[in-house]
Design a protein around this ligand. Structure first.
Ligand SMILES: Cc1ncc(COP(=O)(O)O)c(C=O)c1O
Length: 378
């Protein structure tokens, strides 16, 4: 492992290729926000868990936010700074280890808090996730405040007489959003829960802040955070973005295996929407492809399709300046956050290799064969 390639054309396909200079650019921006507004930014591992980059990430970020035992272990082993763990529900088998590993543990309900508080209070700083019942996320799949949401405690279900020992409140109600959406959520949070602030040590504003996107209002965020800190100077503030860390830091490189025709030309790739970029089907969204345009804009149009049996394993239809051929390389842009942590080996398909790009060199940090498939089954 850690084979180094000088020449792009020698790289194994398919592969996720993360550019460390782009990652560092994101980290520096996040760090500027931390420094100027005196808040703490954690990396949400659910969105970006490329641990071979953690030596770089930990130069800038305060630690990790974990979704349970395995992410907490990865945070401790590979990142080694603060670990903040939240799960919709912890289980009896894992809770002791989670408490040992975590600086903060956030419970999703009063029943979970009451079940574990005795041991939790001895080991960690405890918090509750609340549901502010305000979110501007329009797709219900990604809206933690959608009707009947299980994520967090609503004002109506908040048991004010059971909060002794609670040091923090947490909300997560954004998805790929700008400061205006945070402003709305914060207003709702303060309206319903600021009565408890005097007894707290920290608040956590969750993730979904699309801070590293070009049109994000960074100065607006700094102002908002400073104002909040001025109002409640005793509270430490945490943000836990995942996507914003890995945003536009690299791509998924794939190759054309075959070209078939059925009214349209269809290029079958050595990757899969279903297995390697599931958000293109779940969100759904149309991935950008380097050098390609919408169908029929350029001279040669192809449906790009995955190499599994799923009929809907279709990336989208694109057009190119020159015809694709077997062996042509396709670059699917911005496939580092969320994609890598969600991959599957459906159909026994090979997982993409992981490559880090640094100073015009490509370092292969992991590649996957038959064992990656077999070891998940028995
Ligand atoms: C509790 C919590 N924190 C942080 C995040 C990270 O969000 P994002 O990657 O959109 O910044 C999520 C994402 O679902 C989340 O559920």
């Amino acid at each position: 492992m850690n084979k180094v390639y000088k020449d792009y054309k020698d790289l194994p396909s398919p592969a996720y290729i993360c550019d460390l200079s782009l990652l560092e650019k994101n980290l520096k921006l996040l760090n500027r926000i931390q420094e100027e507004s005196n808040v703490n930014i954690l990396l949400a591992l659910k969105g970006f868990a490329l641990w071979s980059t953690f030596d770089l990430c930990k130069k800038y970020l305060k630690g990790c936010c974990a979704s349970g035992l395995h992410e907490a272990l990865l945070a401790k082993e590979e990142f080694g700074k603060e670990v903040h763990t939240y799960s919709p529900a912890f289980n009896d088998d894992e809770i002791d280890e989670v408490l040992d590993l975590s600086n903060h543990v956030v419970f999703n309900s009063f029943s979970q808090w009451k079940r574990y508080r005795e041991k939790a209070l001895k080991k960690t700083s405890c918090g509750l996730r609340i549901n502010p019942q305000y979110s501007e996320v329009v797709v219900d799949l990604y809206n933690p405040c959608a009707p009947y949401s299980r994520l967090g405690i609503t004002k109506e279900n908040f048991e004010a007489d059971e909060v002794e020992g609670i040091e923090g409140l947490h909300f997560h109600a954004l998805c790929e959003q700008n400061v205006d959406a945070l402003e709305g959520v914060l207003k709702a949070f303060e309206k319903d829960f600021s009565q408890y602030f005097s007894q707290l040590k920290w608040v956590n504003f969750g993730g979904g802040h699309h801070i590293t996107r070009d049109d994000y209002d960074v100065e607006g965020l700094i102002t908002l955070l400073k104002n909040f800190k001025q109002k409640y100077p005793h509270l430490e503030v945490y943000l836990e973005p995942g996507e914003a860390v890995g945003w536009q830091t690299g791509y998924l490189m794939a190759s054309v295996l075959d070209i078939v025709s059925n009214d349209k030309k269809i290029a079958i790739l050595d990757t899969s929407a279903e297995a390697h970029m599931p958000d293109t089907l779940a969100m759904p969204y149309r991935a950008d492809i380097k050098g390609a345009a919408l169908k029929e804009v350029k001279k040669y149009s192809y449906v790009l399709a995955g190499n599994t049996c799923l009929a809907g394993d279709i990336i989208c239809e694109y057009s190119f300046d020159s015809p694709l051929q077997v062996g042509s390389r396709i670059i699917l842009e911005d496939m580092i956050h969320y994609t890598m942590v969600k991959t599957t080996t459906f159909n026994g398909i090979k997982l993409p290799s992981i490559i880090l790009k640094e100073n015009d060199c490509y370092r292969l940090v992991n590649e996957y064969g038959y064992n990656a498939y077999k070891s998940r089954l028995s």
